[in-house]
Design a protein around this ligand. Structure first.
Ligand code: GDP
Length: 472
């Protein structure tokens, strides 16, 4: 099936070709290298083998359950502009809330962790906003365990609040609401909770399951409490990792420092990173020369959920790239070089994400179960109408999910969400912004623009039936 996808050839044709070559195969069988080559050539293709670890993250063996230890949660703060994301992160960083450790966190390395009086720790990603969150996800990194979504109580649930909610939900990350600026006269937390309820998001005070906390990022009111709620949420996730193995994790930030060379902030997700380890990170590699914590102190190792700035890579990987420790320095270097080569080749002929035709084709071969759609339109009424009709296209074989819908132009953040969630974007009476259009071209995201509801439904329906021809 995979081969037929790659070559845009019907599975049955491949099977009959194999049979004509004297091989009995079934649809789901994996063909060995030699067979693949022969079959592909029959259809006029040439096969080039790429080691899986070059294209994907190097996979490590599973942990034994008894080696797993609890790890602290990793949190991203999201919400509408000016609602107080940065203030909240700063307050937590500055005051070190909690365990009363002397001195706040001085270094800005892109992530930091704090210890509560109970001894529990929480790690924060220090780049607020759902764009950063989803950009990492689009690169394959699922780092965040819990999302804090900030809503200013003297304002309202705003477009980016809704975006943040959709992005967290699309990632399957639980949300804790921070209803902020409660120190202000004009603030009305109940109004915010009511608006959330109107979106089917019932917070606890309203009889629901979603946690929320009134806070003032300026005065610090409620900050301790919201951190405890984050921990409660984390407890339910039962987060675990094995500290006794080679480290793997995600790149948070990377930069070139004049004196120190490449400084890469990493977040360890499993294992423990130690000085002297050989690291493969995205397209780069190197031996860990030094590790620094968010206070600028040298540390010898970084365990699960611990952020650290690492020195020693031979380049700057991208935020969201994964890293892994390898036993063999030469192997790490070779894979990194192959990745660089592959990236150069692919930038010439990029093909990554889904187009509607691609979805139609994959449906035809039957290995596609969900169609994710981001819906943007000019007025609420038509978005609701279109959203309802599209969801009703759901059949037994394929589920239509509207993962985000909103009034307004198609934005960069929509394109990022589409890329991270394998979605297409449907615009009704709206167009993409120039930057969104550029990003969509780069990421190969399908944007479909309609001005007639019926056309939209019709075209997506035929794609779902797997009948859309390739040249529409
Ligand atoms: P961001 O865009 O979401 O990161 O928002 P900022 O953290 O930059 O905050 C926007 C503005 O709101 C700034 O002027 C902050 O000083 C102010 N602000 C943030 N939190 C509070 C709060 O709890 N109370 C009050 N009175 N002002 C706040």
């Amino acid at each position: 099936t995979e081969l037929s996808n790659m070559m845009s050839v019907n599975v049955n044709e491949i099977i009959s070709t194999c049979m004509s070559l004297g091989m009995m195969v079934t649809m789901n069988q994996r063909l060995d290298g030699e067979t693949l080559q022969i079959v592909a050539e029959e259809f006029g293709y040439e096969v080039e083998f790429v080691d899986q670890e070059v294209t994907e993250a190097v996979t490590m063996e599973e942990d034994n359950p008894e080696d797993l230890k609890p790890r602290s949660p990793i949190v991203t703060v999201m919400g509408h502009v000016d609602h107080g994301k940065t203030s909240l992160l700063d307050y937590i960083r500055r005051t070190n809330v909690i365990a009363g450790e002397a001195g706040g966190i001085t270094q800005h390395i892109g992530a930091y962790h704090v210890t509560l009086e109970s001894g529990q720790t929480i790690t924060f990603l220090d780049t607020p906003g759902h764009e950063a969150f989803t950009a990492m996800r689009a690169r394959g990194a699922q780092v965040t365990d819990v999302a804090i979504i900030v809503v200013a109580a003297d304002d309202a649930v705003m477009p980016q609040t809704k975006e943040a909610i959709s992005h967290a939900q699309a990632a399957g990350v639980p949300i804790v609401f921070a209803i902020n600026k409660v120190d202000r006269e004009a603030s009305n937390p109940e109004k915010i909770k009511e608006q959330l309820a109107g979106m089917n998001l019932l917070v606890e005070d309203w009889g629901g399951k979603i946690q929320s906390q009134d806070v003032s990022a300026k005065k610090g009111t409620g900050v301790q409490e919201i951190l405890e709620k984050v921990l409660l949420e984390a407890e339910m996730l039962d987060l675990k990792a094995n500290p006794e193995r080679n480290a793997q994790g995600t790149i948070v930030e990377a930069m070139l420092d004049k004196g120190r060379g490449y400084v890469t902030t990493i977040l360890v997700q499993n294992g423990t990173l130690k000085i002297g380890d050989y690291v493969l990170a995205g397209q780069y590699s190197g031996k860990v020369r030094a590790l620094l914590d968010e206070r600028g102190h040298r540390i010898d190792e970084a365990g699960p959920s611990t952020p650290a700035a690492m020195l020693g890579l031979d380049g700057a990987p991208q935020a969201g790239d994964t890293f892994v420790v390898m036993d063999d320095e030469r192997e790490a270097k070779q894979i990194a070089q192959k990745r660089q080569q592959l990236a150069r080749e692919q930038s010439a002929r990029s093909q990554k994400n889904l187009t509607l035709e691609e979805i139609g084709r994959r449906l035809a071969v039957g290995d596609f179960k969900e169609l994710n759609i981001i819906l943007k339109g000019d007025v609420d009424g038509s978005i609701e109408a279109l959203s309802d009709s599209l969801q009703r296209l759901t059949t037994e074989e394929i589920q239509v999910n509207i993962i985000h819908k909103a009034v307004g132009q198609i934005s960069e953040s929509d394109v990022l969400l589409a890329s991270a969630s394998d979605a297409i974007i449907v615009g009704f009476q709206v167009r993409p912004s120039p930057t969104a259009r550029k990003l969509a071209e780069k990421e190969d995201i399908d944007i479909r623009l309609y001005s007639i509801i019926y056309d939209a439904i019709d075209e997506i329906k035929s794609a779902m039936e797997g009948m859309l021809s390739a040249e529409i």
